[in-house]
Design a protein around this ligand. Structure first.
Ligand SMILES: [Zn+2]
Length: 261
């Protein structure tokens, strides 16, 4: 079983810090024990709060960049952006990071809702520098109600619908839930990662049934969540061996064009 983890935060201030070579080696050993052959690092996204400025984004992205620079075979990176800073800042930081080793996408958190007009700058950066967009998403119908910051699956689906030539990952399968899967269903450029809260019965099967087996990507959100539980979420569901391989490995390898041995 080989796994690519599309949703990790190695540089988060916690036990799994990835800023020094020793910490990175410890993180890789942790991953390999779980069958994870590659991680996609999203950065310490809330280090400066919801709305980081340009200088703060650079600090976060420079930390993320350490990982693929030191261990290119193990880490891919996403550039963290705050779309509210406008077109010039968004394009500049995306261009800077796209030129660094290992950056393949853009990570968005809670600076703004993903249906906000400023998201057109993100779409432009994604097109210009050939980057996928991973958007933090959570259903606003249960615990989280404020859609100023939170992107409901409706909002992330709207961004994907407006930009059919941009590949979008809606984060947190168990956060967006059954309704989120249905919002994504008709949009071939919209993928879902399997991170989120505790496993929920039938949800993984429901996602594969409605999206097909090619648009679901294994993600953990470590160190916020544990790999044993997030892997168990997939192993405990009724997928065929071929579907499991797609979710764990092949879909992310294809989407991010990863050439792994
Ligand atoms: Zn995350």
């Amino acid at each position: 079983m080989r796994i690519i983890d599309v949703h990790t935060h190695p540089t988060l201030k916690s036990v799994l810090q990835g800023r020094t070579a020793a910490q990175m080696r410890r993180l890789i050993a942790h991953g390999r024990r779980h069958g994870i052959v590659h991680m996609v690092a999203l950065g310490d996204v809330l280090r400066f709060g919801f709305k980081p400025d340009a200088a703060q984004l650079r600090l976060i992205n420079n930390d993320t960049a350490l990982l693929p620079r030191a261990f290119p075979e193990y880490f891919t990176a996403l550039v963290y952006l705050n779309p509210l800073l406008g077109e010039r800042a968004t394009m500049a930081e995306a261009e800077r990071c796209a030129a660094l080793p290992g950056f393949r996408g853009i990570k968005l958190e809670v600076a703004c809702n993903s249906a906000h007009p400023c998201m057109r700058h993100v779409a432009k950066a994604a097109r210009t520098f050939n980057l996928v967009v991973l958007q933090h998403s959570w259903s606003t119908s249960n615990m989280v109600k404020d859609r100023t910051y939170q992107s409901d699956p409706i909002d992330t689906a709207m961004f994907a619908r407006r930009n059919p030539d941009v590949q979008v990952i809606m984060a947190h399968l168990t956060g967006i839930g059954f309704r989120g899967v249905l919002e994504a269903k008709s949009l071939p450029n919209l993928y879902i990662d399997t991170s989120g809260g505790w496993p929920e019965e039938e949800l993984v099967e429901f996602a594969v049934e409605h999206l097909g087996p090619d648009r679901l990507l294994y993600g953990s959100d470590i160190p916020v969540r544990e790999n044993a539980i997030t892997i168990g979420r997939i192993l405990g569901s009724r997928l065929s061996a071929a579907e499991r391989h797609k979710v764990f490995f092949a879909n992310t390898a294809r989407l991010l064009n990863l050439k792994l041995n």
